[in-house]
Design a protein around this ligand. Sequence first.
Ligand SMILES: [Zn+2]
Length: 542
Amino acid sequence: MNTQLPQGRSPALPVLAASLWMASVGNAPLWRELDALGVLSGRSGWLLAFSMAGVLAAALFALLSLLAWRPLLKPAIAFLLAATAFGAYFMWTFRVVIDNSMATNTLQTDWHEARALLTPQLALVVAVGWLLPAWLVWRRPIAYGPWKSRALRNTGAAAAGLLVAAALILLSFQPLASTMRNHKHVRFLLNPLNSLYAFGHSAIGEKRRPPGVVPLGTDAKLMAAAGKPPLLVVVLGETARSGNFGINGYGRDTTPELARAGVATFRNAWSCGTSTAASVPCMFSNLGRAAFAGRERDSENLLDVLQHAGLAVLWLDNQPGGCKGVCDRVPTVNVSTEKDPQLCAGGECLDGILLKGLDQRIESLPADRRARGVVLVMHQMGSHGPAYSLRSPPAFKRFQPECASSHLPDCDVAAVRNAYDNTIAYTDHVLASTIAWLRGRADYDTAMLYVSDHGESLGENNLYLHGLPYAIAPDVQKRVPWITWLSPGFEQRAGVTTACLRGRADGEISHDHLFHSVLGLLRVGTAAYSRGLDAYAGCAAP
Ligand SMILES: [Zn+2]
């Protein structure tokens, strides 16, 4: 039997070519970052870059060699080229890195939200970085030979790849190790291994916890209080950064309506995560940031506890991506696909849609629960990027010129900031309109609490969007607005005054406080409540 492979048709060549392409061009964001960190200067710098590219190429070569079987190899190369091209585009354009939380967030993003990311630049990267090299590989006939010799050759090639990688690591161990130690985020730039690791880890992590949820706060009871039943609106903000709110001291008056509405603001509030998928479930949990990440089981959340206490709960959502599991056991309405000609003209709805027909929505909740009180959660589209200009209607585009592109580096930083500030100006209006509606509900003692899920980078240090690993994310991605409005009746029943809250505007709080603060405000008694984590407790009678 002839085991000789025809000349030039061995899989080794396309495997090597694809590996070199991904390790070099595909890692442009890595080289840019290393250059910016100043570690590429001089001869030792170039040696380091050469070693890193070599290690990457050798590792990819080893991986692909193991997959060098007839039905596998070409799809595997095409897949890795795609992961490399998409990863490189997003890391290059938005200066993000690809880690577990970014992967979880991406897996939970729906197509509707992702449309804004489809830009001509992305199309170009896909064509040149993925489709063209994939086509070159695909059209090339490859002779694999009999399976026994194939297995031998694949194992040998993979071993050779790993040996080369190990030798390069040893050769440049000192600079390599110190770079990885001093700049921990660099590991999340190693394309496409970062995506393989993060998406794999994220998919396994979802499976690791047993299905189902552990009950929480089943002992919850409304404590007796004078006055009418409470009606609390919790507005869950999106991508709003604390520092861009006029009432928090921003140089621009982005929040004139809230300033007139008599609210109290906590200016020193910190998020649980830097993305929606990381923050939202954590915010409504009783565990707090540290314990939530390491939880063994999923358990019920704030909304379940409020229901156990007999309150009527309704989740209104203007995000196509929904509530990330938080509202699974409470009545939910997603308004993001409404057909309102004014508010939903572009296929997505402005947040004003959340306020339409609120009275009827309240009426539709069970009467016996309504008699005890109502909690309405409104999940905003808020300042969701990168298409900030879609989040505000013309009347609120006060800051001009505004960036209208989803490819943010196309615009100068000032125009990006203008577009973003217009979204805050519109959120100001939505929140003030919510308060106006609450003032009109004379049948309840009313209150509003507004907290955003995370902040945003707007081009500072050339960073955009959000989602950097918490430990290295800049503060602007982690500082969130936390704004409270209490009607006089609600102040009485909660025993908390706006004046007292204003005196505590700079006290440090975080999303860890949300669960306990809402229970405290509504005077819900349960063993799950912790007074030490109630942001309002310092202003409440014990
Ligand atoms: Zn978010």
